[in-house]
Design a binder for this molecule. Structure first.
Ligand SMILES: Cc1ncc(COP(=O)(O)O)c(C=O)c1O
Length: 425
């Protein structure tokens, strides 16, 4: 591959999605005013220009319509969350009935576990991965305790094999087959947040269901990044946040998926609130709870419309471009970044993200080899001083995510160039 900046620029010139960059606001260097190379879409996605307009629209409706904004205006607040469902459903391979924008990821995980972690008899355990995102682990452990059980006995944590960084599907499936009778719920990430590995959602879900377990997915790093097919896979539930690849803004409203086979099961135990009540009778204000069909039935409160407005803007962009086109570019761009790293940083950097395109999304995790923790951290700081923003995971990993909406090939080139300069190779 031609490793020159000119070649990277030529690839950008030929990129059919390149113009989308201008629909996002990217951070700039305070001193020079120059746009930074922003590679943190896996952490906090960039702001869509349209987001400010949509927030202002809600502010305007609030000023001019006040309480009537619930029913009038261009996007009445009573049904505002439903406006987001079709695009979310498309991204996670679901029917609109199966998804809802609400709360935040961890809150949604607890709500889902209240329904889908029901330990009974011998079936009391939860299967998770050993390097699960801490919030997932805290949620799972506290759920086990909430049921009066012992996390030391009931959390089954599976990690990569000795000397490996990534999980193996066959190990997860073998564990489910071996311990399935004691596993109540399987909870795994669509993409592992440290390594960027895409897990085989179909095979693992199928194995879990064969073993009679409930199965749910944390899609924090997967939604808006890689194709996901929750409905066809048969997952019971999934949860996600919207501030990463969905560009919904800091602490954006998250989401949940509940499979259609549970859509009308009003007998499922759940933690209820008035917004989850069937809207047809919600305002009769009766004492009985009758859940709305589908994922909507897990809502608790009336939604934060101001917080949903940026997400509405971003999802409109996803609906316009479509995930297949974004993913096509993403596979090319991430592949280009990896080849550049291999060419220019061989022996200094190890890519721990899987090499196989279907097994990874937009982010690469790069381990800095042969450096102390402090020296590795100094390299990362140096890259930032050069106007490039990846992120850092202790003790020696830099994660860089070229997001196909607003990053290009020259961004990948500048990152590798800055890293090489800091490594002094
Ligand atoms: C994989 C994963 N799970 C869970 C969370 C927690 O999300 P929240 O703070 O929105 O509950 C994050 C946050 O970055 C995450 O990356």
């Amino acid at each position: 591959m031609n490793p020159s900046l000119e070649h990277a620029r030529a690839l950008d010139a030929a990129d059919p999605l390149a113009a989308w960059h201008d629909r996002f606001v990217l951070p700039r260097d305070a001193a020079t005013g120059r746009e930074l190379v922003y590679l943190c879409g896996h952490s906090l996605g960039a702001q869509p220009v349209l987001a400010a307009e949509y927030v202002e629209e809600v502010m305007r409706d609030w000023r001019s319509l006040a309480v009537e904004g619930h029913f009038t205006g261009r996007h009445p607040w009573m049904t505002y969350h439903q406006r987001l469902a079709p695009a979310l459903a498309e991204l996670v391979g679901a029917e609109p009935l199966e998804v809802v924008a609400m709360n935040s990821l961890t809150a949604n995980l607890h709500l889902m576990l209240a329904s889908f972690y029901r330990p009974a008899g011998e079936r009391r355990a939860i299967l998770l991965e050993r390097s699960a995102f801490p919030s997932d682990r805290h949620a799972l452990e506290s759920q086990v305790r909430h049921h009066g059980l012992d996390p030391a006995l009931e959390l089954i944590e599976l990690g990569p094999r000795h000397g490996e960084d990534c999980l193996r599907t066959e190990d997860l499936v073998a564990t489910i087959e071996r311990d399935g009778a004691r596993i109540a719920t399987v909870l795994l990430p669509g993409i592992q947040y440290l390594t960027g590995q895409v897990l085989d959602l179909e095979s693992i879900t199928a194995a879990a269901r064969r073993a009679g377990c409930r199965v749910g997915w944390d899609l924090a790093h997967a939604i808006g990044n890689v194709p996901v097919r929750l409905h066809d896979a048969g997952a019971d539930f999934a949860v996600w946040c919207s501030y990463k690849y969905l560009n919904g803004g800091p602490g954006a409203v998250g989401g949940a998926f509940v499979h259609a086979r549970h859509a009308h099961d009003s007998g499922l135990p759940r933690l209820a609130g008035w917004w989850g009540h069937d809207p047809a009778t919600r305002f009769l204000m009766g004492p009985d709870f009758r859940p709305a069909p589908g994922a909507d039935g897990w809502q608790l409160s009336n939604p934060p419309i101001l917080a949903m407005a940026p997400l509405a803007a971003s999802l409109e962009h996803f609906a316009t471009v479509g995930l297949p086109a974004l993913r096509r570019k993403s596979v090319e761009l991430t592949g280009y970044l990896e080849r550049l790293v291999q060419q220019r940083l061989a022996g200094r950097v190890q890519v721990i993200t899987p090499a196989d395109p279907p097994a990874r999304g937009a982010a690469l995790s790069l381990r800095l080899l042969g450096l102390t923790r402090d020296r590795a951290r100094a390299v990362f700081e140096g890259v930032r001083r050069r106007g490039v923003l990846p992120d850092w995971r202790e003790p020696d990993v830099i994660r860089a995510a070229p997001a196909p909406f607003y990053n290009g090939y020259a961004d990948a080139w500048r990152f590798v160039d800055a890293l090489q300069a800091e490594l002094g190779t």
